[in-house]
Every structure is written in C-alpha cells, then in structure tokens.
Design a protein around this ligand. Structure first.
Ligand SMILES: Cc1cc2nc3c(=O)[nH]c(=O)nc-3n(C[C@H](O)[C@H](O)[C@H](O)COP(=O)(O)OP(=O)(O)OC[C@H]3O[C@@H](n4cnc5c(N)ncnc54)[C@H](O)[C@@H]3O)c2cc1C
Length: 430
C-alpha cells in the first residue's frame, strides 16, 4: 500500500491508490471509478498543510502532471493554468510575459489549487490573499461532472468555491487576475518591539508590504518592509550575496533550533543572537522578494484577527510566554491583509492581522499553541485552514458570516461526502 506524508511529517496516511491524471477527462474518470467502488477521493497538492486537510484515506489524486499554462491574456492581465502548477513555476511563467502575482506568501512550494483552497496569504494592507485573484475555475464534482465557474456561470459555486478546503470537488483549471511585473525594494532591519507596536498603524500604511517577527525572550522584532520600486533589480551577484546569506542564516538558525530543542533552558540566551543580523536593503523582481527558502522544518499555527486587535492581542501573547515560562526558539510572525468577500477566506469581511507561532520539528508544541489559541479566540480569531488548530465546526461557524452559505453549496455538490476526511468532518460538520 502506498504511503503519504505532509511536509512537516505530522500527517501520514496509506491511501488505497494514487492516481496521476494528465487531463480533466482523466480526473472525471478517476472520480467516477472511485464513486462506483464506494471510495472517498482526496486531491493532494504539495502537502504543505500542517493540518489533516489534505490527508487521503482512500483514493489520492496527485495533479502534478496537470501543471501547464493554458492561456495568457497580457492586455487584460489574466492567466489560465492547470490547477496542479506549483507557485514557483507559475511565477516563472508570469515573468516570461512581464506579469506577476500581486502578492504571495513567504514560500512558493505549494500548488496553486492547494494554496487557494486553504486561503493562503502574504502581507500588505492594500492587497488580499491569493484566492481573491481568482477570475474563474473549472471543477470536477462528485458526479464526475465538469462545472465552469465564474461571476456569470455557476456563480454561487464560484462565490463559495474560491476557498473550498478541497471539499467541493477537484479544481482542474484556474484563471487568475494578475498585474504587470514589478520590482520591490526590500529593507530588513531589527527594531525594538515597543517601537513596532506603538507605530504599527503607520508602518503598515506607509509600506506596501510590511511584516515583522517578534523574537521571544527579547525586546526585538525583525522587520521586513517591501515597497514597489521603479529601480532596476540589483545585479545577480549582489542578489546572490544576499541569497547566500539567507541560505547560511537558515542553516545557522537550524543549528540554534537543534541546540534549543536539546537544551531548552539556553533558548532565552540563544534568542539574543537572532536580532543581530543588521540592516539589509536590496531590489529585485517581486516574487524573488516575497518568497524565500525554508530549510528548517517546523510546526505552525496561525490565526487571523481584526486588524485593530493586533497590538493588544500580541501584547497578551508576549506576556503569556513570559508568565508561563515557555522556551520558544522560533520568532512569532505578524502580517496583515485587506478584506475580501470569500465565505471561507480568513479575511472575509474584515481587514486582518495574522499572528503565526512556530515550533521546531520534533519539539512539543501543543501546550504553547493552545495557550496562544486561547488568547486569539477571545479576539474572534479565525484559524488558518492549513495550520494546526483545535477548533470544531460549532465554533468555526460563528466566525464566518457566510459559513452556512458555503455549507449549502457543499450539500448540493457533495451530499455523500466523497471528498471528505476526518479534518473536514471536524471543521465542516460532516
Ligand atoms: C514552509 C511553509 C510556508 C508556508 N507559508 C505560508 C504563507 O506564507 N502564507 C499562508 O497563508 N500559508 C502558508 N503556508 C501554508 C500553505 O500555503 C497551505 O497549507 C497550502 O494549502 C499548501 O498548499 P499545498 O499545495 O501543499 O496543498 P495541500 O496541503 O496538499 O492541500 C491543501 C488543501 O487543498 C486541497 N487541494 C489541493 N489541490 C486541489 C485541487 N486541485 N482541487 C481541490 N482541492 C485541492 C487539498 O485537498 C487540501 O484540502 C505555509 C506552509 C509551509 C509548510
């Protein structure tokens, strides 16, 4: 029997079969076959979710052969691609046409459909998560039927299905709204955490893309401010210097985490090394700035809260880490986005701040994550669908004004639960 595991190694399963369709008609055939033999189906992306959202119990579909660009409309800023394309390949294709995604998260290993399905986001008050860029998609349902979904056709499925948790069917193709390629000037520097929190509103308003990492056990934050720039990209050799530094820092950070996991009492002392990285500034094509390498494996939980709640919520988290005596080697990441109208988007109906906590792979994380979760739930926090959390459908339903609207679409498209698994039963009720 084949085995499957996610990137972090905390989710594993033994699907009965792995199917690798190369076309939409093959996807239809796989689903019809599975339904006839009364097996459930789960399409898996790059396995970069920490939750069990992508765990395949029976038939697993791997869409990596469906990774081609179907159509590019440069003048209208649209690209149509097969849904299994990995974000880094999508970025390379866009660059060839002088186009770009308006925003990205901090890595590009995910498949496009996987990233969209969990409401993946980056940072930037004037931008949204990735799913709000969808102009259309094609979906193969539990009946093996193909639906073309956009604002005019199957508009209710389109409205709800932009963030679907993989629960409505298999997305085979997506049309995205994209923008002309742009460069970013990145400035990374440590700042006092009090300065960042006292000036948070100004920092996110004055910069196109601002994020920071509070370093537990210190008064420091590592900040990243990326702004659209008309300047030319740095020479490849200058950028390579920065890239190699980042590469080395990943390794150095990995060593620090390993020492901390073995000797937790040294973590506060080790943490003081992290903010000593100094100020760096560079210009490059946007997707090379948005995303970086992640060589150190970890577990992660991330909650979105209303933007105005960020400062009090983070101060509570900081105080709690101190009071409870946790030893945390990973910085706490803070980002923000504008709002959108997608029923299960973590920023639906509100401008959002995101607080993400991490623990080095192999460390005990449950107590720390649950203490942070208790605080963020008071602020009506919504958990990232792909990152560890403990919420159930009865708690989640009250956090999303259009939750029931989504459930109705799911009831129509997948009444028998062909695409369900344990995680979806927990968060969607069946
Ligand atoms: C190192 C790392 C960095 C990360 N950085 C960020 C970040 O910056 N911002 C952020 O928001 N998140 C981030 N994440 C989380 C990640 O973006 C999401 O978990 C994303 O869903 C992973 O994409 P994937 O291709 O691995 O999908 P998977 O985890 O394999 O699947 C996710 C869901 O998508 C569904 N799915 C996949 N393909 C299809 C399809 N064709 N049709 C229908 N459903 C489908 C699956 O069934 C499943 O429900 C990060 C994760 C890691 C490990």
């Amino acid at each position: 029997m084949p085995t499957w595991s996610n990137w972090a190694g905390n989710q594993q399963s033994r699907p009965t079969t792995i199917e690798r369709p190369a076309s939409e008609s093959e996807v239809c055939a796989v689903i019809k076959r599975a339904v006839r033999s009364k097996q459930r189906v789960k399409v898996v992306g790059s396995g970069h979710s920490f939750t069990g959202i992508a765990v395949p119990d029976e038939v697993m579909i791997d869409l990596s052969r469906m990774n081609h660009v179907s159509y590019v409309d440069v003048s209208n800023g649209l690209i149509t691609v097969e849904a299994g394309i990995v974000l880094s390949d999508l970025n390379a294709q866009l660059e060839l046409h002088q186009l770009s995604m308006p925003n990205l998260g901090d890595v590009t290993y995910q498949t496009l459909a996987g990233a969209l399905s969990t409401s993946t986001h980056g940072t930037g008050l004037y931008r949204t998560g990735l799913a709000a860029q969808i102009a259309a998609f094609r979906l193969v349902t539990a009946e093996g039927e193909i639906l073309v979904c956009d604002a005019r056709n199957n508009s209710e499925v389109f409205h709800c299905g932009r963030v679907s948790l993989g629960s409505l069917g298999v997305i085979t193709e997506v049309t995205l709204r994209v923008v002309p390629a742009f460069n970013l000037r990145a400035v990374e520097q440590p700042m006092r955490i009090d300065h960042v929190l006292d000036n948070y509103s100004q920092l996110i308003n004055d910069n196109d893309f601002f994020e920071f990492y509070w370093v537990p056990h210190t008064n420091w934050a590592l900040t990243k401010a990326n702004n659209v720039s008309l300047d030319a990209a740095d020479s490849p050799s200058r950028f390579a210097t920065w890239y190699n530094k980042m590469f080395l820092e990943n390794y150095a950070f990995g060593v620090l985490c390993r020492v901390g996991r073995r000797f937790p009492k040294f973590i506060p002392k080790l943490a003081t090394i992290i903010p000593s990285s100094g100020r760096v500034e560079y210009v490059n094509v946007s997707h090379r700035i948005f995303s970086s390498k992640r060589l150190v494996k970890f577990y992660e939980m991330e909650y979105s809260i209303a933007l105005d709640a960020l400062v009090p919520a983070l101060r509570e988290v900081m105080q709690m880490v101190e009071d409870r005596g946790f030893r945390i080697s990973f910085p706490v990441e803070v980002r923000c986005t504008g709002s959108d109208d997608i029923p299960l988007s973590t920023s639906t109906g509100r401008r959002s701040a995101y607080i993400a906590v991490h623990m080095f792979k192999g460390s005990k994380y449950a107590e720390y994550f649950s203490a942070v979760e208790t605080i963020l739930r008071k602020y009506e926090g919504r958990p990232h669908w792909g990152k560890i959390h403990n919420l159930h459908s009865n708690e989640i339903s009250s956090l999303y004004p259009e939750y029931q609207r989504f459930i109705e679409v799911r009831n129509q498209l997948d009444p028998e639960g062909v695409f369900t698994n344990d995680y979806l039963r927990r968060v969607l009720g069946r």
